[in-house]
Write a protein that binds this ligand. Structure first.
Ligand code: UD1
Length: 413
C-alpha cells in the first residue's frame, strides 16, 4: 500500500484535529490502575492506539467502543503482562506498561519497546527512576522485567526532561506508598493532559514548573475524560497549508503546544488567525526564511521538525532546522533528496535551500518523516508515490481522507 499524490494543488478548507496520540496512549495503559471502568473521548483511531488496545485486550481488559467515539476500558480482570505479549515491539508507548503494570501487579515482563527508529533510544532514565522508587529493573534479549521490591516514595532528578521517563515515573510512583518527587520533568502539553486525566481519576499529583509530586499507594477510581487535541497532527496540516499556498482552518486546537509553530509562522510572514479553538493559516504574499531548534517544550516540537524542513524550501533564503532531542532524526532528508530537496546536513542540523520539488517514488523512514514526504509530494511538480503507509498511519487518523477533503489529489493503492 502507498499514497499516490499529484502535487501542486493549494489546500483549502477545514479539518478537525484528532485527540493527541501522546496523551491517549499513556491514558490507555494507566487504566490498569483504575478500580472502575474508564471512558475516554477523543482517542484517535491510529495504528499505535490499535496496537495498545490489542495488547490490553490480550491481558484481559474489556474494551467497548460507543457510536459517539467513546472508548471504555474495564481492567477488573486484567492479568500481568509477560514476554509472550505481542505488540510491544511495535510501539514506543509499550514502555508505559512497565510503570502501569508494576503499580497494579507488583511485577511485569515485556518485550523491548519499539517505535520510530531514530538512533539509540535508551530507557536509562526510566530505569534510574524505577530504582529510586525501590523497583528492580532487569534486561536481557527477551525484554525488560521490573519488580517492586521495597517500593517507597522517593525523590528523583531527571537529567533531561524526557517525556517517556516522566510518564513512567508517575505511573510507577502511583503504586508505591508515600510521596514521590520528580525534578526536571517534561512539560509538554500532552504530559500535562495525562496528569489531568490521572487527577480526574483521583490521583494526588501536584505540579509546579519542572517539579512533580505524586502521592502513591492508592488505587484510582474510574470516570470519563476527553483527550486533548493533537498539536502535532494540527501542525502538520497547518504546515501543509502554508507550503501549498492555501488557506486551511484546523478546528479543536489549543494554543499552548502550537505556540512554537505559530511563532515560527510569524517570523516567516505566514499569516494566521487564532480564534476560539480554531486556527486558520492563509497564503503569504512573501514567505521568509527562519531557523528553528527542536527542543523540549517550549522549544519547537521535534515531531514537527521534518515537516518544517519541507516548508522552508518555499521560503526566501530557506532556513535551518536543528534537533536537540533526536540527533538521528534526519533520515527523511535522503528520501527528500530524490525529490530535488536541496540541503546541507551537519550533525543536529539541516540547512535547507529554496528549491522546487519534483514528484518521485519515496519511502517513509518513520512516522513524522513520512508526513514530511507527503507534504513534499503535495507541493512537488508531478506525481509521487510514498510507500511505508503503515508507518504514517501509526500517528495520523484518516490522513488521506482529510487531505482529500482539503482538495489534495491523493489516493491510497
Ligand atoms: C520524544 C519527544 C516527544 C515526541 C517523541 C517522538 C521531547 C522532550 N520528547 O518523546 O515530544 O513525541 O520523542 O518523536 O521532545 N533519553 C535518554 N534516556 C531515557 C529517555 C530518553 O537518554 O531513558 C533521551 C532520548 O535519547 C532523547 C531524549 O532523551 O534524546 C528525549 O527522549 P524522550 O522525551 O524520552 O522521548 P520520547 O518520550 O519518545
Amino acid at each position: 500500500m502507498a499514497f499516490l499524490i499529484s502535487g501542486g494543488k493549494p489546500l483549502y478548507g477545514t479539518v478537525r484535529a484528532q485527540g493527541a496520540k501522546n496523551a491517549a496512549l499513556p491514558m490507555l495503559f494507566a487504566s490498569l490502575l483504575c478500580d472502575a471502568p474508564v471512558t475516554l473521548y477523543g482517542v484517535p483511531n491510529i495504528g499505535d492506539v490499535r496496537v495498545a488496545l490489542s495488547m490490553l485486550e490480550a491481558l484481559g481488559v474489556k474494551i467497548s467502543s460507543e457510536t459517539d467515539g467513546a472508548l471504555t476500558l474495564d481492567t477488573k480482570e486484567a492479568t500481568p503482562p509477560d514476554f509472550a505479549l505481542k505488540g510491544g515491539e511495535k510501539i514506543r508507548a509499550s514502555a508505559y506498561l512497565l510503570g502501569a503494570s508494576v503499580s497494579r501487579f507488583g511485577e511485569v515482563r515485556i518485550k523491548h519497546p519499539g517505535g520510530c527508529a531514530f538512533g539509540v533510544r535508551p530507557l536509562d532514565y526510566h530505569r534510574a527512576g524505577f530504582q529510586a522508587l525501590g523497583i528492580s529493573w532487569n534486561e536481557d534479549e527477551r525484554g525488560i522485567s521490573v519488580r517492586r521490591e521495597d517500593g517507597r516514595g522517593a525523590q528523583f532528578s531527571l537529567p533531561y526532561p524526557s517525556v517517556g521517563a516522566t510518564v513512567n515515573f508517575i505511573l510507577a510512583a502511583l503504586g508505591v506508598k508515600g510521596e514521590s518527587t520528580l525534578f526536571g520533568c517534561a512539560r509538554e502539553h500532552h504530559v500535562l493532559d495525562f496528569i489531568s486525566f490521572l487527577q480526574k481519576m483521583g490521583a494526588k499529583i501536584h505540579t509546579e514548573g519542572e517539579l512533580l509530586r505524586v502521592e502513591g499507594g492508592k488505587r484510582l477510581s474510574g470516570g470519563s475524560y476527553t483527550v486533548t487535541p493533537d498539536a502535532v497532527e494540527a501542525g502538520t496540516y497547518l504546515i501543509a497549508a502554508a507550503a501549498t499556498g492555501g488557506t486551511v482552518t484546523v478546528e479543536r486546537v489549543r494554543y499552548g503546544e502550537l505556540s512554537p509553530l505559530l511563532l515560527a509562522f510569524g517570523k516567516m510572514n505566514i499569516p494566521f488567525r487564532f480564534l476560539g479553538d480554531s486556527v486558520t493559516v492563509y497564503r503569504p504574499s512573501r514567505m521568509l526564511g527562519t531557523s528553528v531548534i527542536a527542543a523540549p517544550y517550549p522549544g519547537f516540537p521535534t515531531d514537527l521538525h521534518p515537516q518544517m524542513s519541507v516548508l522552508l524550501t518555499r521560503a526566501e533564503g530557506g532556513g535551518s532546522v536543528s534537533d536537540l532531542v533526536w540527533e538521528e532524526r534526519f533520515s527523511y532528508v535522503h528520501a527528500l533528496e530524490r525529490m530535488g530537496f536541496s540541503a546541507y546536513l551537519s550533525p543536529h542540523t539541516v540547512r535547507v535551500f529554496p528549491c522546487a520539488l519534483r514528484g518521485s517514488e519515496v519511502k517513509a523512514p518513520d512516522l513524522r518523516g513520512g508526513a514530511a514526504l507527503i507534504t513534499a509530494a503535495l507541493i512537488a511538480e508531478g506525481k509521487s508515490t510514498v510507500t511505508g503507509e503503515e508507518l504514517v498511519l501509526r500517528g495520523y487518523e484518516m490522513l488521506p481522507e482529510k487531505l482529500f477533503s482539503l482538495g489534495a489529489d491523493i489516493r491510497v493503492e
